[in-house]
Design a binder for this molecule. Sequence first.
Ligand SMILES: [Zn+2]
Ligand SMILES: [Zn+2]
Length: 367
Amino acid sequence: MVSGGASPLVVLLAAAAAVLIALRVSSAFVLPEGLADIKPPFSNPWSAFKNLSGCHFGDERRGLAKLKDYLWHFGYIPEAAAAGRFNDLFDADMELAIKTYQSNFGLGVTGELDVATVTQMMAPRCGVADVVNGTSTMGNSSAVGLRGRGLFSYSPGEPRWSKKTLKYAIATTETSIDRATLSLVFARAFARWSEATMLNFTETASDADADITIGFHAGDHGDGDPFDGPLGTLAHAFTPTNGRLHLDATETWVADGDVTRASSDAAVDLESVAVHEIGHILGLGHSSVADSVMYPTLTSRTKKVNLANDDVKGIQGLYGGNPNFKGVTSPTTSSREMDSAAAVALSRPRYGLVSAAAAAGALALAL
Ligand SMILES: [Zn+2]
Ligand SMILES: [Zn+2]
């Protein structure tokens, strides 16, 4: 290299490096594809997870403790590890937990917090754990044998209702949705499950008379599993024959109309969540099948109410089939969910590009 004047090649490389560095800096604050629904200033209890992208075993980064708390909440870190006392070190337990999570959600099992994994973890979801007593039930059901990865699961011990007709009551406190609309939404949601089985569901006005009680609750509501505000956990329900179904009162619930056209990016479809939670009420756990209603996450502004084959096999394994059942209606449509899954897949090469830009920047700086 000639000393004194910079050669045109060096100038060109330096300019390219400057552009790449600028790109990298701006990219650091751009959410991966598929996160459009939950980007700031949009409030989401898990949006800070985006800062943990790229973390792997041995790293120490602020915020990892919160992610451990998340993994603990959903059963991926053993119950014995107390919540709120986690540190920010990416240890072996965390790596193992992330591998199980990735396996459950059909992601590449890297044990690292890659973009696809972090994206999935930020998605709004059901508050019920995926792993119970250290055993991941998602995709492990023995009831129908192995059909490749991704299967329904049952609550531990496979509890179920012994009677065929169940009564449900809907509490209208803590929601502005009117009773008539709520009745319609839940009647449709229960019908999804009664069509496939010999179960019948009827609404009753009295809690005392009901097998299943449905209510909206905010924050800590006395069952040891507080809700967390908009998005994050959306709802949870108890196993048979408890019958409690709780919805986070602070969600932007859409009870009628087209949720995919909702004005709020935080809009959550009530009927979709109701169908999922009723699955828990009846004894189903989570499924690894992305288009099943028992899949743990539901992207905002998404409708997902049709049972998939996986859901039908699961519920019929507990209660038997309905001879009049016509089978699942088309592939379960869930456009936004599908878009989101595609976006996750697409985000991998995009992330690779950012890394390449960083590497090029480092190379240029060394010149
Ligand atoms: Zn659930
Ligand atoms: Zn609750």
